[in-house]
Design a protein around this ligand. Sequence first.
Ligand code: FES
Length: 180
Amino acid sequence: MNQKYLTLSELNIEGQFLGFVGSKPERYKHLQLAIPAGNIKIKIPKDLRCSLVSALVPGEQIRINAISQLNPRNNKLKLQAYQIHPVGFCPLQNRISPNQEAKIMVCQKSGCMKKGGQGLLSDLEKTLCDRGLLHKVKIEHTDCQKRCGSAPNCVLKVGKKQYKKMHPESIASLLENHFS
Ligand code: FES
């Protein structure tokens, strides 16, 4: 444990997982958690990062055992998790209606994973969850889509139309339009 911090207390916090903080999965050091008092950032232990990135889904309810620590030099507090357990899903995560006509195929092979494929998937799920669309669309993890040069890749399929290289916000807007 870092000596410059003083350990204050142990906490058991439950809230909704909002996503990881960082531009790439290998740089995720914190996660965002929504609790009744607001959103908080919690540091995740190095040895849990890989497994959490593939296991946690935005919207999921999780319980975190953490310690709060104080840096006496600048009086900054930080929360450091040491155990994280899923405890359930938000209702929006209870996908999917059987007559699904919209789906998003997200490449999860190494070419895309190295260039932010996991981040794209998390952003997509969070954006759709925030905008109440997650239960209306099926998200599929795919093999290489043979377009590794433009990684990370995803394809939105609505009926017979296909859209490629779209940002999660644009996908959500297009879907909102489609379902309105
Ligand atoms: S690895 Fe994703 S398109 Fe090739």
